[in-house]
Design a protein around this ligand. Sequence first.
Ligand code: ADP
Ligand code: 5GP
Length: 210
Amino acid sequence: MSLVLRAWPRPDRGALFVVSGASGTGKTTLVREALRRMPGLGFSVSATTRAPRAGEQEGRDYHFVDAVTFQGMVDRGALLEWAQVYGNRYGTPRQPVTDAIERGDSILLDIDVQGARQVRAALPEAVSIFLLPPDLQTIEARLRSRSTDDEATIQRRMAETRQQLQGAAEADYVVVNDDLESAHDQLQAILVAELCRRSRHASLVARFAG
Ligand code: ADP
Ligand code: 5GP
């Protein structure tokens, strides 16, 4: 499953994939690899009030905005969902997502548990995938190894992690991120199977009917 998959039957409406899970479970890592393996998938770049981490790029990883700009987006209804996570605000710009779906382009969101809930309420067709860690100690070790956050931040994130893990109960799919390569394969399998769902391809099926 490690080959790059360039083509799949184009759905009538694009699929909306919501990848969520507690911080440190590997969402960023898994989503990046999914986009590399399936270059036809789009990624929704979130707006955030958090400062960029080393190596993060404006417009690729996030749109880094100040609190006033973010509030303006909320007030205009420009966000499909938004949430306060660890003291910062994050949100999904609405228009690029709805435009992609209407065009038939599929798109991936990497968002927190509260945001995933809002997306499901707004767009029930969304496919939700929840990443689980093998255990809690593993998440803590990974947050430390990323070594971009200070000790207080790591402690705060661990407390919230336990809470966030409850979100798994609402997801369509779960992926356990233990062995990374297997987790990449599981996520890719879900994406591919969903994109091949007959119900997404009424026009294709109709071409061969009768
Ligand atoms: P999230 O986006 O969910 O906060 P990241 O993708 O940033 O998580 O992963 C957190 C840290 O864990 C990173 O340093 C990443 O390289 C590491 N990591 C992710 N998945 C695995 C894995 N299966 N095994 C070991 N380390 C991992
Ligand atoms: P980080 O600061 O580590 O990049 O992200 C912190 C958390 O915010 C992660 O759980 C990430 O998935 C989530 N997040 C990123 N973008 C969004 C977004 O647009 N909306 C919501 N609700 N959460 C987001």
